[in-house]
Design a protein around this ligand. Structure first.
Ligand code: CTP
Length: 406
């Protein structure tokens, strides 16, 4: 799924509307554009401002708004999206859709759209089980509309049973499956994946540490891309500001030694992608108390010792080597030569090499220009977002595990 896909999210009036705010955040983190219609009832639960702030776009509310119709008519609104999602889809919205009624912006957009529609129903258990709702559901499914959820559980109204809106991660997965045939096919189902990401922090004393500029964006995007293709994915990450990717088991660590331990404890995997910028050295002997300045102005001596090489230990494991081991080579010069050298030195199968000179803006930025180096040769990828690099790499990994499918 490319980064320019757009969702029209219709937020109905139910307590589950608060989860739709999280959904908007997750959709954007997945690289999707989100435009929202908030129904009048929906606006009783969440505000147009929070929807606009999270989506980064104006919140559409009224059908007969002259300014809005002049800027973006409701027909265009319903057709510019690649997918229309209704979350929460209330009993009322489902009833109106099933009978083709349209008396507000949301229902008019739903009747006017020529795009696929996905509903995430949310309502009280009796309302969900009512023959009228079940009739409407059957009609909507017969009309080609897809449904995600509802889940069973405790409800805001105090009752128990089916009717809770599906969790945002599950709605996101359903959206991705609808938008991308390669996601629907789940080519990595049954494959176990391990990804390392982010920097490591190596303590000097209880208040200071050695670190680097890695943001974790690329590693997290790779874990996310593998999980969306169905891989059972463990992400071992140093300290980052990146949110936990959906559907991924995240293990947070600080130091290189902790990262190695977590990787070993993750057990056997089929593919390992080491995207972490592991600090090469740690302070040989850490003090338990803060190092103080001295009267003579002498600087502290900080003898260093080398950290374990996590990639090398995975790739050279005699007993537990994954079928595919992928490393990164972040270089500032002689990118390909250094990458080839690392491929041999570390014993991995592929190296994703990139130029991280400060002028490229790659370190901490959202874009990347990489070269995939393997025994077969070098593939130069065009500049693309880190999300797209991750998806391309996940697609190549899927091809490795099932060449016939590729
Ligand atoms: N790596 C690792 N553990 C380390 C150092 C590096 O797992 N202690 C992994 C990185 O995750 C990356 C690859 O090795 O996949 C290359 O990392 P890089 O820092 O470029 O290589 P180094 O071996 O540290 O070589 P140098 O710093 O001299 O370029």
């Amino acid at each position: 799924m490319s980064g320019d896909k757009r969702i029209l999210l219709i937020i109905g009036g139910g307590i589950a509307a608060y989860k739709s705010l999280d959904l908007i955040r997750k959709l954007r983190a997945a690289g999707l554009g989100v435009r929202c219609i908030l129904t009048e009832a929906g606006a009783q639960f969440i505000t147009p401002l929070s929807v606009a702030s999270l989506s980064g776009e104006k919140t559409h509310m009224a059908l007969f708004d002259l300014t809005e119709e002049a800027e973006m008519g409701h027909i265009r609104l319903s057709r510019e999206a690649d997918l229309v999602v209704v979350a929460p889809a209330t009993a009322d919205l489902m009833a109106k859709m099933a009978s083709g009624q349209c008396n507000d912006l949301a229902t008019t957009a739903l009747l006017a759209t020529d795009k696929p529609v996905l509903l995430a129903p949310a309502m009280n258990v009796r309302m969900w089980e009512h023959p009228a709702t079940q009739r409407n559901l059957a009609q909507l499914q017969a009309d080609g509309i897809s449904i995600v959820g509802p889940d069973s559980g405790d409800m805001a109204c105090g009752e128990y049973g089916p009717g809770r809106m599906a969790e945002p991660d599950d709605i996101l997965a359903a959206i991705e499956a609808k938008l991308s045939p390669e996601v629907a096919a789940q080519p990595l189902r049954g494959v176990r994946a391990l990804v390392t990401s982010g920097p490591t922090h190596e303590p000097i004393d209880p208040v200071r540490y050695i670190a680097n500029r890695s943001s974790g964006k690329q590693g997290h995007a790779i874990a996310s891309a593998l999980a969306r293709l169905g891989a059972e994915t463990v992400l071992v990450s140093g300290p980052t500001h990146e949110p936990a990717p959906p559907g991924v088991r995240l293990i947070r660590v600080e130091t290189a030694c902790e990262m190695l331990r977590a990787v070993e404890e993750a057990g056997h995997v089929d593919v390992a992608v080491c995207a972490a910028a592991v600090a090469d050295w740690r302070v040989a002997s850490q003090t338990g108390s803060k190092i103080k300045k001295t009267a003579d102005g002498a600087c502290p001596e900080l003898p260093l010792t080398e950290n374990p090489d996590i990639l090398k230990s995975i790739a050279r494991s005699a007993t537990n080597r994954p079928r595919l081991v992928i490393g990164f080579a972040a270089e500032t010069d002689n990118v390909i030569a250094h990458a080839r050298d690392k491929l041999a030195r570390k014993g991995c199968d592929w190296i994703v090499a990139n130029d991280v000179s400060p002028e490229t803006g790659i370190m901490g930025g959202d874009f990347n220009t990489v070269h995939l180096v393997s025994a077969a040769g070098v593939a130069d990828w065009p500049p693309m977002s880190k999300i797209e690099v991750a998806r391309q790499l996940a697609a190549d990994i899927a091809k490795f595990f099932d060449p016939d499918r590729g």
